[in-house]
Design a protein around this ligand. Structure first.
Ligand SMILES: Cc1cc2nc3c(=O)[nH]c(=O)nc-3n(C[C@H](O)[C@H](O)[C@H](O)COP(=O)(O)OP(=O)(O)OC[C@H]3O[C@@H](n4cnc5c(N)ncnc54)[C@H](O)[C@@H]3O)c2cc1C
Length: 405
Protein backbone atom coordinates (compact mmCIF):
# COMPACT_ATOMS: atom_id res chain seq x y z
CA UNK A 1 0.00 0.00 0.00
CA UNK A 2 1.11 3.57 -0.73
CA UNK A 3 2.77 5.17 2.30
CA UNK A 4 1.26 8.40 3.61
CA UNK A 5 3.55 11.26 4.64
CA UNK A 6 1.88 14.08 6.56
CA UNK A 7 3.71 17.42 6.77
CA UNK A 8 2.51 19.89 9.40
CA UNK A 9 3.46 23.52 8.63
CA UNK A 10 4.03 25.09 5.22
CA UNK A 11 6.97 27.40 5.85
CA UNK A 12 10.45 26.99 4.35
CA UNK A 13 11.02 23.61 6.02
CA UNK A 14 7.64 22.03 5.21
CA UNK A 15 7.46 23.26 1.61
CA UNK A 16 10.97 22.11 0.69
CA UNK A 17 10.33 18.70 2.30
CA UNK A 18 7.13 18.35 0.25
CA UNK A 19 8.86 19.46 -2.96
CA UNK A 20 11.53 16.78 -2.58
CA UNK A 21 9.00 14.05 -1.88
CA UNK A 22 6.61 14.96 -4.68
CA UNK A 23 9.23 13.88 -7.21
CA UNK A 24 8.17 10.32 -6.30
CA UNK A 25 4.89 8.77 -7.45
CA UNK A 26 4.76 5.96 -4.84
CA UNK A 27 3.92 8.14 -1.85
CA UNK A 28 0.88 10.14 -0.78
CA UNK A 29 1.80 13.56 0.64
CA UNK A 30 -0.55 15.71 2.73
CA UNK A 31 0.46 19.21 3.80
CA UNK A 32 -1.52 20.70 6.68
CA UNK A 33 -1.01 24.40 7.39
CA UNK A 34 -2.97 27.20 9.03
CA UNK A 35 -2.86 29.48 5.99
CA UNK A 36 -3.22 28.52 2.34
CA UNK A 37 0.01 30.20 1.25
CA UNK A 38 3.76 30.08 1.68
CA UNK A 39 5.14 33.36 3.04
CA UNK A 40 8.65 34.69 2.43
CA UNK A 41 9.12 35.95 6.01
CA UNK A 42 12.61 37.55 5.70
CA UNK A 43 11.18 40.52 3.78
CA UNK A 44 8.41 41.43 6.23
CA UNK A 45 10.30 44.44 7.60
CA UNK A 46 10.10 46.01 4.12
CA UNK A 47 6.32 45.56 4.11
CA UNK A 48 6.08 47.18 7.55
CA UNK A 49 8.05 50.20 6.31
CA UNK A 50 6.31 50.74 2.97
CA UNK A 51 9.10 49.32 0.78
CA UNK A 52 7.12 46.33 -0.50
CA UNK A 53 3.37 45.87 -0.90
CA UNK A 54 3.66 42.39 0.64
CA UNK A 55 1.26 40.40 -1.51
CA UNK A 56 4.11 39.27 -3.78
CA UNK A 57 5.79 37.52 -0.86
CA UNK A 58 2.93 35.03 -0.56
CA UNK A 59 2.22 32.12 -2.92
CA UNK A 60 -0.64 29.59 -2.54
CA UNK A 61 0.59 26.05 -1.85
CA UNK A 62 -1.60 24.76 -4.66
CA UNK A 63 0.48 26.86 -7.06
CA UNK A 64 3.86 25.50 -5.98
CA UNK A 65 3.13 21.93 -4.89
CA UNK A 66 1.40 19.87 -7.53
CA UNK A 67 0.69 16.20 -8.21
CA UNK A 68 -2.12 13.65 -8.04
CA UNK A 69 -0.47 12.27 -4.90
CA UNK A 70 -0.55 15.67 -3.13
CA UNK A 71 -3.30 17.08 -0.89
CA UNK A 72 -3.42 20.29 1.05
CA UNK A 73 -5.57 20.84 4.14
CA UNK A 74 -5.95 24.36 5.49
CA UNK A 75 -6.26 23.51 9.13
CA UNK A 76 -4.59 23.85 12.51
CA UNK A 77 -3.02 20.77 14.06
CA UNK A 78 -3.90 20.64 17.73
CA UNK A 79 -2.39 17.36 18.85
CA UNK A 80 -0.35 14.45 17.53
CA UNK A 81 -0.82 10.94 18.88
CA UNK A 82 2.62 9.48 18.30
CA UNK A 83 1.56 5.99 19.38
CA UNK A 84 -1.58 5.72 17.22
CA UNK A 85 0.15 7.73 14.43
CA UNK A 86 -2.67 10.23 14.07
CA UNK A 87 -2.73 13.99 13.71
CA UNK A 88 -5.73 15.75 15.26
CA UNK A 89 -6.82 18.90 13.41
CA UNK A 90 -9.72 21.28 14.00
CA UNK A 91 -11.68 19.44 11.26
CA UNK A 92 -10.83 15.82 12.06
CA UNK A 93 -8.05 13.25 12.32
CA UNK A 94 -5.43 12.37 9.71
CA UNK A 95 -3.47 9.08 9.97
CA UNK A 96 0.16 8.90 8.85
CA UNK A 97 2.97 6.44 8.19
CA UNK A 98 5.62 9.16 8.40
CA UNK A 99 5.18 12.58 9.96
CA UNK A 100 7.14 15.80 9.38
CA UNK A 101 6.64 18.52 11.98
CA UNK A 102 7.61 21.95 10.61
CA UNK A 103 5.53 24.37 12.66
CA UNK A 104 8.13 27.16 12.92
CA UNK A 105 8.49 29.48 15.89
CA UNK A 106 6.59 32.02 17.95
CA UNK A 107 7.70 35.26 19.58
CA UNK A 108 9.49 34.82 22.90
CA UNK A 109 8.63 37.68 25.26
CA UNK A 110 10.73 36.11 28.05
CA UNK A 111 7.92 36.87 30.50
CA UNK A 112 8.52 40.64 30.19
CA UNK A 113 5.67 42.50 31.87
CA UNK A 114 3.21 43.98 29.36
CA UNK A 115 5.22 42.88 26.30
CA UNK A 116 2.72 40.44 24.80
CA UNK A 117 -0.14 42.87 25.39
CA UNK A 118 1.42 46.05 24.00
CA UNK A 119 4.10 45.06 21.47
CA UNK A 120 3.86 44.76 17.73
CA UNK A 121 5.57 41.68 16.29
CA UNK A 122 6.63 40.70 12.78
CA UNK A 123 5.71 37.11 11.97
CA UNK A 124 2.95 37.42 9.36
CA UNK A 125 1.71 39.73 6.60
CA UNK A 126 -1.05 40.94 8.92
CA UNK A 127 1.58 41.84 11.55
CA UNK A 128 3.50 43.88 8.97
CA UNK A 129 0.37 45.73 7.75
CA UNK A 130 -0.69 46.38 11.35
CA UNK A 131 2.69 47.89 12.23
CA UNK A 132 2.80 50.13 9.16
CA UNK A 133 -0.77 51.34 9.73
CA UNK A 134 0.05 52.16 13.35
CA UNK A 135 3.14 54.20 12.43
CA UNK A 136 1.32 56.10 9.67
CA UNK A 137 -1.72 56.81 11.87
CA UNK A 138 0.43 57.93 14.81
CA UNK A 139 2.29 60.35 12.52
CA UNK A 140 -1.02 61.95 11.46
CA UNK A 141 -2.02 62.21 15.15
CA UNK A 142 1.35 63.83 15.91
CA UNK A 143 0.74 66.46 13.21
CA UNK A 144 -2.57 67.35 14.89
CA UNK A 145 -1.20 67.40 18.45
CA UNK A 146 -0.37 70.77 20.05
CA UNK A 147 2.07 69.71 22.80
CA UNK A 148 5.65 68.88 21.82
CA UNK A 149 5.95 65.88 24.16
CA UNK A 150 2.76 64.34 22.73
CA UNK A 151 4.11 64.82 19.21
CA UNK A 152 7.40 63.17 20.20
CA UNK A 153 5.70 60.18 21.81
CA UNK A 154 3.58 59.56 18.72
CA UNK A 155 6.59 59.84 16.43
CA UNK A 156 8.73 57.52 18.55
CA UNK A 157 9.15 53.85 17.77
CA UNK A 158 10.97 51.53 20.17
CA UNK A 159 12.39 48.31 18.74
CA UNK A 160 13.37 45.80 21.41
CA UNK A 161 16.15 43.49 20.23
CA UNK A 162 18.99 44.40 17.86
CA UNK A 163 19.35 41.14 15.98
CA UNK A 164 19.32 41.27 12.15
CA UNK A 165 15.55 41.92 12.01
CA UNK A 166 15.70 44.67 14.64
CA UNK A 167 18.56 46.44 12.83
CA UNK A 168 16.97 46.18 9.37
CA UNK A 169 13.63 47.36 10.70
CA UNK A 170 15.10 50.27 12.71
CA UNK A 171 16.89 51.82 9.72
CA UNK A 172 13.95 51.45 7.34
CA UNK A 173 11.51 52.69 9.99
CA UNK A 174 13.64 55.82 10.44
CA UNK A 175 13.60 56.33 6.64
CA UNK A 176 9.80 55.95 6.49
CA UNK A 177 9.18 58.33 9.39
CA UNK A 178 11.63 60.94 8.03
CA UNK A 179 9.82 60.78 4.68
CA UNK A 180 6.40 61.23 6.33
CA UNK A 181 7.61 64.18 8.43
CA UNK A 182 9.30 65.88 5.46
CA UNK A 183 6.09 65.58 3.45
CA UNK A 184 4.42 67.95 5.96
CA UNK A 185 6.09 71.31 5.28
CA UNK A 186 4.45 72.99 8.29
CA UNK A 187 5.77 70.40 10.76
CA UNK A 188 9.24 70.86 12.24
CA UNK A 189 9.48 67.94 14.69
CA UNK A 190 11.67 64.87 14.11
CA UNK A 191 10.85 61.18 14.52
CA UNK A 192 12.86 58.97 16.88
CA UNK A 193 13.58 55.29 16.46
CA UNK A 194 15.14 53.60 19.51
CA UNK A 195 16.87 50.25 19.12
CA UNK A 196 17.33 48.55 22.48
CA UNK A 197 19.82 45.76 22.99
CA UNK A 198 20.58 43.87 26.19
CA UNK A 199 24.12 42.98 25.05
CA UNK A 200 26.90 45.44 24.33
CA UNK A 201 26.76 45.32 20.50
CA UNK A 202 24.12 44.95 17.80
CA UNK A 203 23.71 41.73 15.72
CA UNK A 204 25.81 39.47 17.98
CA UNK A 205 24.77 36.61 15.63
CA UNK A 206 26.85 38.08 12.77
CA UNK A 207 30.07 39.59 14.23
CA UNK A 208 31.48 40.26 10.73
CA UNK A 209 28.70 42.74 9.98
CA UNK A 210 28.50 44.51 13.35
CA UNK A 211 30.68 47.47 12.36
CA UNK A 212 28.73 48.10 9.13
CA UNK A 213 25.41 47.90 10.97
CA UNK A 214 26.56 50.28 13.72
CA UNK A 215 27.81 52.85 11.19
CA UNK A 216 24.57 52.80 9.20
CA UNK A 217 22.41 53.02 12.34
CA UNK A 218 24.39 56.09 13.42
CA UNK A 219 24.24 57.66 9.96
CA UNK A 220 20.45 57.28 9.90
CA UNK A 221 20.09 58.80 13.37
CA UNK A 222 18.70 55.68 15.08
CA UNK A 223 19.16 55.88 18.87
CA UNK A 224 20.98 52.66 19.77
CA UNK A 225 20.85 51.78 23.47
CA UNK A 226 23.14 48.84 24.24
CA UNK A 227 23.50 47.15 27.64
CA UNK A 228 19.87 48.05 28.25
CA UNK A 229 17.22 45.52 29.18
CA UNK A 230 13.50 46.24 28.97
CA UNK A 231 11.71 45.32 32.20
CA UNK A 232 8.22 46.49 31.28
CA UNK A 233 6.28 47.49 28.19
CA UNK A 234 3.40 49.90 28.65
CA UNK A 235 0.79 51.29 26.28
CA UNK A 236 2.83 54.50 26.11
CA UNK A 237 6.43 53.24 26.15
CA UNK A 238 9.00 51.03 27.83
CA UNK A 239 10.74 50.92 31.20
CA UNK A 240 14.44 50.02 31.17
CA UNK A 241 16.24 48.08 33.90
CA UNK A 242 18.01 51.25 35.12
CA UNK A 243 14.62 52.92 35.62
CA UNK A 244 14.70 55.08 32.48
CA UNK A 245 11.39 55.42 30.65
CA UNK A 246 11.17 55.89 26.89
CA UNK A 247 7.83 57.35 25.85
CA UNK A 248 6.63 55.81 22.58
CA UNK A 249 3.22 54.88 21.23
CA UNK A 250 4.76 52.09 19.13
CA UNK A 251 6.88 49.30 20.57
CA UNK A 252 8.07 46.41 18.40
CA UNK A 253 9.35 43.19 19.95
CA UNK A 254 12.14 41.52 17.97
CA UNK A 255 14.11 40.19 20.93
CA UNK A 256 13.68 36.50 20.27
CA UNK A 257 11.66 33.52 19.16
CA UNK A 258 11.06 30.07 20.59
CA UNK A 259 10.03 26.82 18.89
CA UNK A 260 6.32 26.51 18.20
CA UNK A 261 5.59 23.03 19.53
CA UNK A 262 2.46 21.00 18.78
CA UNK A 263 1.12 19.01 21.73
CA UNK A 264 2.08 15.34 21.50
CA UNK A 265 0.88 12.10 23.16
CA UNK A 266 3.08 11.12 24.92
CA UNK A 267 4.62 14.50 25.68
CA UNK A 268 8.11 14.40 24.15
CA UNK A 269 8.91 18.12 24.50
CA UNK A 270 9.64 17.82 28.22
CA UNK A 271 10.11 20.71 30.62
CA UNK A 272 12.32 22.66 28.22
CA UNK A 273 9.53 22.54 25.59
CA UNK A 274 11.79 21.55 22.73
CA UNK A 275 11.80 18.67 20.27
CA UNK A 276 15.33 17.26 20.19
CA UNK A 277 16.23 15.41 17.00
CA UNK A 278 19.00 13.02 15.94
CA UNK A 279 21.48 13.43 13.08
CA UNK A 280 18.71 12.50 10.58
CA UNK A 281 16.34 15.08 12.14
CA UNK A 282 14.11 12.34 13.62
CA UNK A 283 12.50 12.41 17.04
CA UNK A 284 14.68 10.35 19.35
CA UNK A 285 11.86 8.10 20.59
CA UNK A 286 9.79 7.99 17.36
CA UNK A 287 12.02 7.55 14.28
CA UNK A 288 9.06 7.76 11.85
CA UNK A 289 8.63 11.41 12.95
CA UNK A 290 10.92 14.10 11.52
CA UNK A 291 11.10 17.58 13.07
CA UNK A 292 12.59 20.40 10.98
CA UNK A 293 13.05 24.16 10.79
CA UNK A 294 12.58 26.56 13.69
CA UNK A 295 10.52 24.07 15.73
CA UNK A 296 13.38 21.54 15.87
CA UNK A 297 16.25 21.50 18.34
CA UNK A 298 19.21 20.01 16.51
CA UNK A 299 22.65 20.10 18.10
CA UNK A 300 25.30 18.95 15.59
CA UNK A 301 27.84 16.43 16.89
CA UNK A 302 30.67 18.15 18.75
CA UNK A 303 28.69 21.40 19.19
CA UNK A 304 27.16 22.74 22.40
CA UNK A 305 24.37 24.90 21.04
CA UNK A 306 21.53 24.15 18.63
CA UNK A 307 21.81 25.19 15.00
CA UNK A 308 20.35 28.75 14.52
CA UNK A 309 16.75 29.41 13.53
CA UNK A 310 17.24 30.63 9.97
CA UNK A 311 15.39 30.28 6.68
CA UNK A 312 18.59 28.83 5.20
CA UNK A 313 18.65 26.10 7.85
CA UNK A 314 14.92 25.36 7.51
CA UNK A 315 15.25 25.08 3.71
CA UNK A 316 18.22 22.71 3.90
CA UNK A 317 16.52 20.61 6.57
CA UNK A 318 13.38 20.41 4.41
CA UNK A 319 15.43 19.25 1.42
CA UNK A 320 17.34 16.74 3.56
CA UNK A 321 14.17 15.19 5.01
CA UNK A 322 12.48 15.10 1.59
CA UNK A 323 15.43 13.11 0.24
CA UNK A 324 15.72 10.87 3.30
CA UNK A 325 12.02 9.99 3.18
CA UNK A 326 12.47 9.07 -0.48
CA UNK A 327 15.44 6.90 0.55
CA UNK A 328 13.34 5.25 3.29
CA UNK A 329 10.61 4.43 0.77
CA UNK A 330 13.22 3.02 -1.58
CA UNK A 331 14.69 1.01 1.34
CA UNK A 332 18.00 2.83 1.03
CA UNK A 333 20.29 4.07 3.78
CA UNK A 334 19.62 7.51 5.27
CA UNK A 335 22.15 10.33 5.01
CA UNK A 336 22.76 12.48 8.13
CA UNK A 337 21.92 16.19 7.92
CA UNK A 338 24.84 18.58 7.56
CA UNK A 339 24.78 22.33 7.29
CA UNK A 340 27.35 24.94 6.38
CA UNK A 341 26.37 28.59 6.42
CA UNK A 342 26.96 29.81 2.86
CA UNK A 343 26.79 33.48 3.70
CA UNK A 344 24.62 36.13 5.28
CA UNK A 345 23.33 39.53 4.21
CA UNK A 346 21.43 42.32 5.91
CA UNK A 347 19.80 45.34 4.34
CA UNK A 348 20.81 48.65 5.92
CA UNK A 349 18.41 51.09 4.29
CA UNK A 350 17.41 51.99 0.77
CA UNK A 351 19.98 50.68 -1.73
CA UNK A 352 22.52 49.79 0.99
CA UNK A 353 23.45 46.43 2.50
CA UNK A 354 26.26 44.39 3.99
CA UNK A 355 27.04 40.72 3.79
CA UNK A 356 29.42 37.95 2.97
CA UNK A 357 29.61 34.76 0.95
CA UNK A 358 32.45 32.60 2.24
CA UNK A 359 35.52 34.85 2.53
CA UNK A 360 34.05 37.53 0.21
CA UNK A 361 32.62 40.54 2.08
CA UNK A 362 30.54 43.22 0.40
CA UNK A 363 29.01 46.50 1.57
CA UNK A 364 26.93 49.25 0.00
CA UNK A 365 24.87 48.97 -3.16
CA UNK A 366 26.68 45.81 -4.38
CA UNK A 367 25.71 43.95 -1.20
CA UNK A 368 22.13 45.26 -1.39
CA UNK A 369 21.84 44.18 -5.03
CA UNK A 370 23.35 40.72 -4.45
CA UNK A 371 21.10 40.15 -1.44
CA UNK A 372 18.03 41.00 -3.55
CA UNK A 373 19.20 38.75 -6.38
CA UNK A 374 19.62 35.81 -3.99
CA UNK A 375 16.17 36.48 -2.49
CA UNK A 376 14.61 36.56 -5.95
CA UNK A 377 15.74 32.96 -6.43
CA UNK A 378 14.17 32.01 -3.10
CA UNK A 379 10.83 33.80 -3.34
CA UNK A 380 8.39 31.17 -4.61
CA UNK A 381 6.25 31.68 -7.74
CA UNK A 382 7.50 33.13 -11.07
CA UNK A 383 4.94 35.97 -10.93
CA UNK A 384 6.05 36.93 -7.42
CA UNK A 385 9.71 37.02 -8.46
CA UNK A 386 8.95 39.37 -11.37
CA UNK A 387 6.66 41.65 -9.36
CA UNK A 388 9.12 41.86 -6.45
CA UNK A 389 12.06 42.65 -8.78
CA UNK A 390 9.93 45.38 -10.35
CA UNK A 391 8.97 46.83 -6.94
CA UNK A 392 12.61 46.87 -5.75
CA UNK A 393 13.77 48.60 -8.93
CA UNK A 394 11.00 51.21 -8.70
CA UNK A 395 11.75 51.78 -5.02
CA UNK A 396 15.24 53.00 -5.85
CA UNK A 397 13.68 55.99 -7.61
CA UNK A 398 10.41 56.45 -5.72
CA UNK A 399 9.22 57.04 -2.16
CA UNK A 400 8.03 54.50 0.36
CA UNK A 401 4.30 53.81 0.44
CA UNK A 402 3.04 55.85 3.39
CA UNK A 403 -0.70 55.13 3.01
CA UNK A 404 -2.77 53.52 5.73
CA UNK A 405 -4.37 50.40 4.23
C1 LIG B 1 10.95 39.38 10.43
C2 LIG B 1 11.83 38.18 10.20
C3 LIG B 1 12.95 38.29 9.38
C4 LIG B 1 13.77 37.19 9.16
N1 LIG B 1 14.85 37.32 8.33
C5 LIG B 1 15.62 36.25 8.05
C6 LIG B 1 16.71 36.35 7.14
O1 LIG B 1 17.00 37.42 6.62
N2 LIG B 1 17.43 35.23 6.87
C7 LIG B 1 17.12 34.01 7.43
O2 LIG B 1 17.79 33.01 7.13
N3 LIG B 1 16.10 33.88 8.31
C8 LIG B 1 15.34 34.97 8.63
N4 LIG B 1 14.30 34.85 9.51
C9 LIG B 1 14.03 33.54 10.13
C10 LIG B 1 13.23 32.67 9.15
O3 LIG B 1 12.11 33.36 8.66
C11 LIG B 1 12.81 31.39 9.86
O4 LIG B 1 13.96 30.75 10.34
C12 LIG B 1 12.06 30.48 8.90
O5 LIG B 1 10.86 31.08 8.47
C13 LIG B 1 11.76 29.14 9.57
O6 LIG B 1 11.05 28.34 8.67
P1 LIG B 1 10.06 27.23 9.21
O7 LIG B 1 9.56 26.50 8.01
O8 LIG B 1 10.71 26.45 10.29
O9 LIG B 1 8.88 28.04 9.92
P2 LIG B 1 7.87 29.11 9.33
O10 LIG B 1 8.39 29.74 8.11
O11 LIG B 1 7.52 29.99 10.49
O12 LIG B 1 6.60 28.24 8.94
C14 LIG B 1 5.84 27.54 9.88
C15 LIG B 1 4.50 27.20 9.26
O13 LIG B 1 3.78 26.32 10.10
C16 LIG B 1 2.43 26.73 10.20
N5 LIG B 1 1.93 26.23 11.48
C17 LIG B 1 2.39 26.52 12.72
N6 LIG B 1 1.71 25.83 13.65
C18 LIG B 1 0.81 25.08 12.98
C19 LIG B 1 -0.20 24.17 13.40
N7 LIG B 1 -0.38 23.87 14.68
N8 LIG B 1 -0.97 23.59 12.46
C20 LIG B 1 -0.80 23.88 11.14
N9 LIG B 1 0.14 24.74 10.70
C21 LIG B 1 0.94 25.33 11.60
C22 LIG B 1 2.51 28.25 10.11
O14 LIG B 1 1.28 28.81 9.73
C23 LIG B 1 3.61 28.42 9.05
O15 LIG B 1 3.07 28.35 7.76
C24 LIG B 1 13.47 35.94 9.77
C25 LIG B 1 12.35 35.83 10.60
C26 LIG B 1 11.54 36.94 10.83
C27 LIG B 1 10.34 36.79 11.73
Amino acid sequence: MMKHVVIVGGGFAGVYAARGLLKRRDVKVTLISKRNYFLFIPMLHEVATGGLSGYNLAEPYRGILRGKNFSFLQDEVREVDLVKRRVACAHGEVPYDYLVLATGSTTNFFGTKGAEEHCFVLKSLEDAFRLKNQVVRKAEEAFMAKEKDVQEQKLSVVIVGAGPTGVELAIEMQELLEQICKSNASFHGRPSVYLIQRGDRVIPQIPRLQGDAERQLKKHGVHVLTGAGVTEVRKDGVVLQDGRIIAADTVVWSAGVKPSIVKTIPDVAGEKRCLVVDAYLRLLQFPEVFVIGDCATYIPEGEKTPIPMLAQVATEQGKSVGKNLARLLGKRELVPFSFKLKGQFISLGKGYGAGFIGPLKLTGFKAWWLNRTIYLFKILGAGNKLKTAWEWTLNLFTKRDACEH
